[in-house]
Design a protein around this ligand. Sequence first.
Ligand SMILES: [Cu+2]
Length: 165
Amino acid sequence: MHVDRFERYWLIIIAAVMGAFFAALLAGALIFGVRLPSNPTQYINPLAVDEEFPEPGLRDMGNGQYTVYILAQMWRFDLGSDEKDADGNDVIRVPAGSQVTFSITSRDVTHGFIIERHNANIEVVPGHVGNVTVKFETPGEYRMLCHEYCGQGHHRMHATIIVEE
Ligand SMILES: [Cu+2]
């Protein structure tokens, strides 16, 4: 079978790129221990979130460990916090070095949850409770954002975690 010279070059390039991607995938999984950050193992009745999900808020579990229960809804993250930013969104504070477990569910539609500059990314699906644990080493202000289009207020949907010295 005749294969044009340039056709052959492109086949080789494509095979090399696919091989490189596959090698990167294997190296990430086997050498660097990359895992999916969220693991939604808990289920909840989406019509009875107020009864079945803990009161939103930050809990100090001792030993530098915290748990925060978050209720996502159009178009805010309810962290049960009294402190608000300029837009009226919830703000929480933890000391640097804290290990924080985020437990989140949705009251209405599918939302997203990421924390900027940290390895946390959850698809917030009604009926599921997503959990992710993040260690905050560097003091600063980090936004938690919705990354799943959830309606006309989606672009404003965020909250903030402030990591203090
Ligand atoms: Cu959204």
